[in-house]
Design a protein. Structure first.
Ligand SMILES: Cc1cc2nc3c(=O)[nH]c(=O)nc-3n(C[C@H](O)[C@H](O)[C@H](O)COP(=O)(O)OP(=O)(O)OC[C@H]3O[C@@H](n4cnc5c(N)ncnc54)[C@H](O)[C@@H]3O)c2cc1C
Length: 399
């Protein structure tokens, strides 16, 4: 039995920032992170757009609003102080249709209520900031604080902080059974006991919670996000360009995303999938889990729960490059099917949970505590941006 002060299950950005924050609070303590993969970036933490979000999307008072706004500043400071790559490019939000103008006003109000600096621009002003933007309704929002970082570089640096502060990260160590009352976790590398166990297992957080005996009204519904890449490495975007999203759907819509190598991507799509780690082909599908996820998707499509049928119809158009370009042409100009290729490497899956009582995809972070375990469920976007603030919040929940 290995006894320690904190055990964290999951070594992605959420688990690592929690371990780091604990070591900042209690410098001489024994902290162990258990990660089933051989690195920290195999899943969401290494497969996202790297956008440091401002917090304009989320309703005032929600956890996502609070933690995104404070996390955005903490992430920007962390990256800048350590000399990591950051592009302080800002984000343009373009209404893709006339009906999106109403949502644009909602975003403006939400953003201002959350204390985010936002500017309303004319089409001409938007074009001066980004020549590829398509301001078809002559109204564009500009959020200067939004930036882009290299998520893998950031996660590697947080990992280094944890190790330098004395934390131990066990890779290839999958957490099996958990006794939440005793605070014990069985793994392939031994049993760990601690007065505080944090479940930050991302795509498996609901299953880990179940194994720890937590009963909730939540089920799991993963959504795959695929990206397309601009073939021409000389094609550059000065700013991020996003559509004003359909606020009835839980995703931000296909947008531009550039990285530290100067590559420009477009995406991500939002397709419900039957495998938690189903990045390609039939990989990552466990058949029992897959069957239950399939049944639940069919039910949600039939009832158009959360506008999922509308979303599925929209997603079907993204199967062909022409469909992707059509979607993109509503917010940017000058990108055609011949310019794009599917990116096989850049695919991510969102760890989204579903509230069975309210029949709704859960729209906020969920943190639950049971005996000695704190469970981080629904670490959806912008959990990467929010991670430093999220870690403080999670540890403040300790009984
Ligand atoms: C396509 C896409 C784009 C996104 N873009 C953005 C963005 O631009 N900005 C932003 O802020 N957010 C974005 N997000 C969201 C962000 O990536 C996630 O919210 C964040 O990475 C969640 O981190 P995590 O540590 O909870 O999850 P993960 O990175 O999945 O880490 C959880 C870890 O737990 C491990 N694990 C699971 N089960 C066990 C077990 N039994 N034992 C031990 N270890 C286990 C897994 O191997 C994994 O490494 C995006 C997400 C997706 C999918």
């Amino acid at each position: 039995m290995n006894t320690c002060d904190l055990v964290v299950i999951g070594g992605g950005v959420v688990g690592l920032t929690i371990a780091r924050e604990w070591l900042l609070r209690y410098p001489k303590s024994d902290v162990v992170v258990l990660e089933k993969e051989q690195n920290s970036v195999a899943h969401g933490s290494g497969r996202n757009s790297g956008v440091v979000h401002s917090g304009i999307y989320y309703t005032e008072g929600s956890l996502r609003a609070q933690l995104c706004v404070s996390g955005c500043q903490l992430m920007r400071d962390y990256v800048s102080e350590r000399g990591l790559w950051i592009d302080n490019c800002g984000k343009l939000l373009v209404p893709p249709s006339e009906s999106a103008l109403g949502s644009m006003q909602v975003l403006l109000d939400r953003g201002r209520a959350n204390g985010v600096e936002i500017h309303q621009l004319t089409g001409k002003e938007a074009l001066e900031l980004e020549p590829h933007v398509n301001p078809q309704f002559d109204q564009v929002l500009f959020v200067p604080i939004t930036s882009v970082v290299n998520p893998k570089e950031v996660v590697e640096r947080i990992k280094k902080d944890v190790i330098e502060a004395g934390g131990v990260i066990h890779y290839n160590a999958s957490a099996g059974s958990i006794d939440s009352k005793c605070g014990t976790v069985q793994t392939s590398v031994g049993t760990f006991e601690s007065p505080t166990v944090v479940n930050a297992a991302g795509l498996f957080a609901d299953q880990v919670a179940k194994r720890a005996g937590l009963k909730t009204r939540y089920s799991f519904q993963p959504f795959k996000g695929k990206y397309w890449k601009h073939k021409n490495t000389h094609f550059k975007m000065r700013r991020l360009v996003y559509p004003v999203p359909d606020l009835d759907l839980p995703f931000l819509g296909v947008h531009t995303a550039h990285n530290s190598h100067g590559e420009v991507y477009f995406g991500p799509s939002s397709t419900p999938v039957i495998g938690r780690e189903n990045y390609k082909g039939l990989q990552g599908i466990s058949w029992l889990d897959g069957l239950s996820l399939s049944a639940s998707i069919v039910k949600k499509l039939l009832h158009n729960t959360n506008g999922l049928r509308t979303l599925a119809l929209r997603e079907m158009k993204l199967v062909r490059l022409k469909g992707v370009c059509n979607e993109l042409s509503k917010i940017i100009s000058g990108v055609g099917p011949d310019d794009l290729e599917r990116s096989l490497a850049k695919v991510g899956i969102r760890s989204q949970i579903f509230d069975a009582d309210r029949q709704h995809l859960v729209n906020d972070f969920v943190v639950l505590q049971d005996d000695k375990t704190i469970h981080v469920l629904n670490a959806i976007s912008p959990a990467f941006t929010a991670s430093f603030a999220f870690a403080r919040y999670v540890l403040d929940q300790q009984k």
